[in-house]
Design a protein around this ligand. Structure first.
Ligand code: CA
Ligand code: CA
Length: 193
C-alpha cells in the first residue's frame, strides 16, 4: 500500500470513528465518505463529506471536513457554508441548510430552496422561511457535524441527494463545491435513507 493510499484509509477510518463518536451513530451500509480534492483557496476547502444515521434512525448526520481550521470568529466574518438537498428525483436542489453564528453560537437552519425546481425561482427568490434550528456541533477546528430529522426530507426518501457549497472572503474568489459534480443548484451524493 502506498503512502497516499495509507493516508486516505487513515482519513476514512478517522471519519468513521468520528461518526461513531458523535452521538453513537452506527456505521451502516448506507454510510459514506466522499473525498474532495484540494481545489480551493481559503479555509473552507472541503476535504471530505460523510453521512450516516443516528442509532434510532430519526436523524441523518452530515459531516463536513475541511483542510484548514476555522474559528467561529473567522467564519462569522469571512465564511459561508451551505448544504443543499434534492429529494424530488430531479437532482436539482430544493432545500438547503445554512450554517451561521448567532449570538455567539453555531446555528444550522433548514429552508426550502428554489421550490419550483431547477432554477425556476418563485416570488421570494426561491427561498422559503427558515424552519427552526438543527443540531450542530463543531467537533474540531476542521470539522462540523449537522443532524437533520428525516421528517424534513418528506416522503420521497428513495432519491435523496446532497452536496456542500462554501465561500471564504480572500484576495481571489474562494469557495468550494463538494463533490465537484455538485454545485449550488445540484445535489449529487446519493444517500439511501
Ligand atoms: Ca475541496
Ligand atoms: Ca471541490
Amino acid at each position: 500500500m502506498s503512502r497516499r493510499q495509507a493516508m486516505l484509509w487513515s482519513t476514512i477510518f478517522a471519519t468513521i470513528a468520528l461518526l461513531s463518536w458523535t452521538g453513537a451513530t452506527s456505521v451502516r451500509a448506507d454510510s459514506l465518505v466522499q473525498m474532495d480534492p484540494n481545489d480551493s483557496a481559503g479555509r473552507l476547502d472541503v476535504k471530505n463529506l460523510a453521512h450516516g444515521h443516528s442509532r434510532d434512525r430519526i436523524r441523518v448526520r452530515h459531516v463536513v471536513s475541511t483542510r484548514e481550521g476555522w474559528t467561529k470568529r473567522a467564519f462569522s466574518a469571512r465564511g459561508t457554508l451551505r448544504l443543499v438537498f434534492s429529494v424530488s428525483g430531479d437532482n436539482c436542489a430544493e432545500a438547503e441548510v445554512v450554517v451561521d453564528v448567532h449570538r455567539g453560537e453555531w446555528r444550522a437552519r433548514w429552508r426550502s430552496y428554489d421550490p419550483l425546481g431547477c432554477g425556476q425561482h418563485d416570488d421570494n427568490g426561491g427561498f422559503g422561511e427558515f424552519q427552526g434550528d438543527l443540531a450542530i456541533r463543531k467537533t474540531s477546528r476542521r470539522r462540523v457535524v449537522i443532524a437533520i430529522p428525516r421528517d424534513l426530507f418528506g416522503v420521497r426518501t428513495d432519491d435523496y441527494r446532497w452536496a456542500v457549497t462554501t465561500t471564504w472572503t480572500c484576495k481571489d474568489p474562494c469557495g468550494d463545491n463538494a463533490p465537484n459534480r455538485g454545485n449550488g443548484d445540484r445535489a449529487s451524493i446519493l444517500h439511501d435513507l
